[in-house]
Design a protein around this ligand. Structure first.
Ligand code: ZN
Ligand code: ZN
Length: 245
């Protein structure tokens, strides 16, 4: 087994999955801050399916509910209500519990009914994960491939947990909401750590607002936009300068 390769590849895949999550699932599907061209959307969905097993409409619904009920008992993953470590360590279980409660998806993701492709492929989480792990084993050999998969999963889950736990506990609050900005967290989570900015302007495709706030997700959006794969509908500056309606 090649430990160094396994850890490096696992960390890289976790970063790519986090990037796909922030650009496509979060800024795109959930908040409609940008639209993704079908030529990019399908590979992104496939990659998220084999790397995380997540159902897009469930992620969208749980996150919209989080914005609608932040840090109240209805928030699916509030560290203030549930405790910091429960959200940090059991974030995926909290998502799953809310997504399968029989009401959240119907209420918050009505615009994303399951397509035929969802029913056949993307709703089968374990099939996606099995394909992802098998691919890793074929590329790296089975031992290193399993290490890649474990490093990726643990890193991805811990980063997602940190956005929801740290991002509502530690950091600065330039805007009047309960979320926080963490510049170091933003580096590892590709802009998601600028969570106070995001709660202030959820419709913005850009999370960074000040000098020193690094939003790699936004840079990726700009790059995809330059080649025509993404269309930005709104970013912070548009919102701040838009006339009141
Ligand atoms: Zn939040
Ligand atoms: Zn959001």
């Amino acid at each position: 087994m090649n430990w160094l390769l396994g850890i490096a590849a696992g960390l890289l895949i976790a970063q790519l999955a986090t990037l796909a999550t922030t650009v496509y699932l979060h800024r795109g599907l959930t908040h409609r801050a940008l639209t993704v061209h079908p030529a990019a959307a399908l590979p992104l969905r496939f990659f998220l399916w084999i790397s995380t097993g997540m159902r897009a409409r469930e992620w969208v619904a749980v996150h919209r509910k989080h914005h609608a009920a932040s840090d109240t008992p209805d928030d699916p993953h509030s560290p203030i209500v549930l405790g910091f470590w429960r959200v940090q360590l059991a974030n995926a279980a909290l998502y799953r519990r809310t997504a399968r409660d029989g009401a959240t998806v119907d209420t918050y993701a009505r615009d994303l009914p399951p397509s035929r492709l969802d029913r056949w492929l993307f709703d089968r989480a374990w099939l996606g994960l099995a394909i992802g792990i098998t691919l890793a084993c074929l590329i790296f050999g089975w031992q290193t491939g399993l290490l890649v998969s474990v490093v990726h999963m643990v890193t991805y889950l811990m980063m997602s947990g940190a956005i929801n736990a740290v991002g509502h506990t530690h950091g600065s609050r330039p805007h009047d909401n309960k979320a926080t900005n963490g510049r170091v967290l933003a580096l590892f989570t590709l802009g998601e750590g600028l969570h106070n900015n995001h709660h202030n302007a959820p419709q913005s495709a850009r999370f960074s607002e000040r000098f020193g706030e690094i939003d790699f997700g936004w840079w990726t959006v700009r790059l995809l936009s330059a080649v025509g794969l993404v269309k930005v509908r709104m970013r912070t500056r548009d919102r701040l300068t838009a006339p009141a309606s």
